[in-house]
Design a protein around this ligand. Structure first.
Ligand code: C2E
Ligand code: CA
Ligand code: CA
Length: 677
């Protein structure tokens, strides 16, 4: 449903068309008015002429006549007197011809003297006048064949018959036949007509102008309304980006254009990580600001005709209408992620926003735009649980997507049935090579899917309140395991991971204190690992929770250090006791000078801030040696041990040395104690 204007309106605007069309009736009206007025002017002027002819006859001529003169004819002196009267123009300057008839049709007088005394056949008009019923004056053009033959040559005339009476009653004694010259009358008519026409033209012009203004204003309003309606129907009000409707239309357009061609259409679906938390904790106004900023970055960084849209909530989409396939789409995804790397400044707080991106690329079987979107959505579901946060659609995504929601629905039951379990990965003092503690990493022994890694369910659970009970379980179980080990003489510190949502729970410090007390574990033996970005979702609340934990003696470790964007200032303000360098730098440390520099400076930084430092992801002996030479205090990684179930770790600790558990706990040379599994 696209709003399209008909083609013919291309040349003229709506207002111009209405102006032109309305001109037609206005001009026609002017024409009719002019005709009607003209007829009326002529009728009125002729009536005036009639009146003046009657006055001439009755007042100017009749006094010269007598009943006798009518019976016997005028005397030559009478004729001369009338001639004088007429020539002196006393009666009328417009008089062109006059005949005075007796009741017996004899011409008593005429300005043509040859007619005087002659009896002529009367015209109908004369008969009527003689009968006392003269017709109205009328305009005539004398012709040789008519009764006005004697008036030929005088031009257009006004013909007037006036009965001639000497007594108040009885039939008239005769009649006047008077012809007035029409020329001066016509001149008066023309003058009047000009004035009236001018007035009509001005009036109609004004009417048309008013009409035009009304139409122009209405048209402007309509156009604005149409524009608003279009925006409402096709654009997102908050960000100004195209909405889902327009996006799907554009994907359809792109697919149709590309079908059979050599390029491909790629659809990228984007979902902001942890947006619900941002919204809940920083308020809707800040949430909106984040959505607007993300929209701005998205649309300003796109190239090659790509179009960004907001599909709703924190879901965005990009269509690349002409790419070279998966590689091109991945480049776009990488560019988008890079553009989101700069923290968003909100009320003085720098907020890190990350997005998961699902990609679907048009292939021979996916020339249906809806399917393309469905695939991108499935890929997005998958991307949320990947560390790369980007996933290209494949058959697996569908399967995964289907299980995703089911999994989430099963979490509560799984907690009740005890399907979650903890694996423990040792941490070692790199200088003394002694085991110092373990990190608890959760696993789900799923009845159908087998052993699930946290990556496949933590990102889901984190988005719901269920992360609370799950974290509670992890801490409770980890502390319980500590006491089991302690009874066997193995004395290890414990680290547990917290999610961003946990840090927003003001009850967490109290909860942890209760668990510590219940298991009889000293607070300083427990460390919570948090990621930089987790603490930045709502820095104030997170810092308050972390402060309370630190105050109670619990350690706070900044996990995955180096992957977030926390500033040094911010880090210094964070109540941390330890930095845990992200494994991506550790695995690269020997081959990548940049990674090495980061690790080196992080170790310095930790020392300067008085914080402990842990390197995670040590996979080879060479890396371990190098870290040790850089002065890194503690290490963790597959080279030392993979995360293991408690019993397995216990038997490794005891069996490999053939020592008692207590001795194993204190044993030096942990590499030998915990061989690679
Ligand atoms: P993390 O806290 O960074 O945990 C370290 C991850 O790195 C673990 O993956 C561990 O198995 C893996 N790892 C350890 N040594 C090496 C190594 O040498 N090389 C490589 N490549 N990887 C190594 P795991 O157990 O799959 O956990 C993944 C993530 O899930 C954890 O990352 C943590 O963020 C989260 N997680 C685990 N347990 C919990 C939990 O109880 N609660 C919460 N909120 N998150 C958890
Ligand atoms: Ca961790
Ligand atoms: Ca980590």
């Amino acid at each position: 449903m696209r709003l399209r204007r008909p083609r013919w309106t291309g040349r003229l605007s709506l207002t111009q068309q209405v102006a032109l069309l309305s001109l037609v009736p206005v001009v026609a009206l002017g024409f009719i008015l002019a005709r009607v007025l003209e007829t009326q002017i002529v009728t009125r002027t002729v009536a005036d002429a009639d009146q003046s002819a009657q006055l001439v006859a009755r007042l100017g001529i009749q006094p010269e006549l007598s009943p006798r003169a009518l019976r016997e004819g005028l005397t030559p002196a009478g004729i001369r007197s009338l001639d004088r009267q007429l020539s002196q123009r006393k009666v009328s300057k417009d008089l062109a011809r006059i005949k005075i008839w007796s009741a017996q049709h004899k011409v008593i007088y005429s300005d043509i003297h040859s007619l005087i005394g002659r009896t002529l056949a009367p015209s109908d008009d004369l008969e009527k006048a003689l009968a006392g019923k003269p017709k109205d004056a009328q305009l005539v053009t004398p012709s040789a064949h008519s009764e006005t033959a004697s008036e030929v040559g005088l031009g257009q005339l006004v013909e007037v018959y006036v009965p001639l009476r000497f007594a108040a009653t009885g039939p008239p004694a005769g009649a006047f036949e008077i012809y007035l010259s029409y020329r001066p009358i016509a001149a008066a008519v023309a003058r009047d007509k000009r004035t009236i026409m001018l007035l009509v033209a001005i009036g109609l012009g004004l009417l048309w102008a008013v009409l035009y203004r009304i139409v122009a204003r209405a048209s402007r309003r309509l156009r604005r309304q149409a524009r608003d309606n279009y925006r409402l129907a096709y654009y997102d009000q908050l960000t100004g980006l195209p909405n889902r409707t327009l996006f799907i239309e554009r994907v359809g357009d792109a697919v149709r254009r590309e079908a059979g061609g050599r390029g491909a259409v790629a659809v990228l679906l984007l979902d902001l990580d942890r947006f619900t938390e941002i919204n809940n904790t920083l308020g809707n106004a800040n949430g909106d600001a984040v959505l607007r900023e993300v929209a701005r970055r998205l649309s300003s960084d796109l190239a090659g005709g790509a179009l960004a849209a907001r599909l709703g909530g924190d879901e965005y989409a990009v269509v690349c209408p002409h790419t070279d396939g998966v590689a091109g789409a991945q480049r776009t995804a990488a560019a988008i992620q890079a553009s989101l790397e700069t923290p968003i400044a909100l009320d003085g707080v720098a907020l890190n926003v990350e997005a998961s991106i699902g990609i679907a690329v048009m292939g021979p079987d996916t020339e249906d735009p809806d399917l393309l979107l469905q695939h991108a959505d499935a890929a997005l579901g998958h991307a949320r649980s990947q560390s790369s946060r980007v996933e290209v659609y494949s058959e697996d995504c569908n399967r995964f997507d289907a299980t995703r929601l089911v999994l989430l629905g099963e979490v509560r039951g799984a907690l009740e049935r005890g399907e979650f379990t903890l694996f423990y990965q040792p941490k070692m003092d790199l200088q003394s090579r002694r085991l110092t503690g373990v990190e608890a990493l959760v696993r789900w022994r799923h009845p159908r899917h087998g052993l699930l890694s946290p990556a496949s369910f933590i990102p889901l659970v984190e988005q719901t309140a269920l992360i609370g009970p799950l974290t509670n379980y992890v801490i409770d179980e980890a502390l319980r395991q500590m006491t089991v080990w302690r009874r066997r003489g193995i004395d290890l510190d414990m680290a547990v991971n917290l999610s961003a949502r946990n840090l927003l729970d003001p009850a967490l410090p109290g909860l942890i204190a209760d668990l510590l007390a219940r298991h009889g574990v000293a607070a300083r033996r427990l460390t919570v690992e948090i990621t930089e970005s987790a603490s930045m979702v709502n820095p104030e609340r997170a810092v308050a929770v972390l402060r309370a934990l630190r105050a109670s003696g619990v350690g706070v470790s900044v996990d995955d250090f180096g992957t977030g964007n926390a500033s040094i200032d911010y880090l210094a303000a964070l109540p941390a006791s330890e930095i845990k360098i992200d494994k991506s730098f550790i695995t690269e440390i020997l081959g990548d000078a940049r990674a090495e520099a980061i690790v080196r400076s992080t170790i310095d930084l930790a020392r300067n801030l008085g914080l402990g430092v842990v390197a995670e992801g040590i996979e080879t002996e060479a890396v371990l040696e190098h870290l040790s030479s850089l002065g890194c205090a503690t290490g963790q990684g597959y080279f030392l041990s993979r995360p293991l179930p408690a019993e397995e770790l216990t038997s490794k600790l005891t069996a490999s040395f053939g020592l008692s558990a207590a001795e194993a706990g204190r044993a030096r040379g942990a590499r030998a104690v915990v061989p690679r599994s």
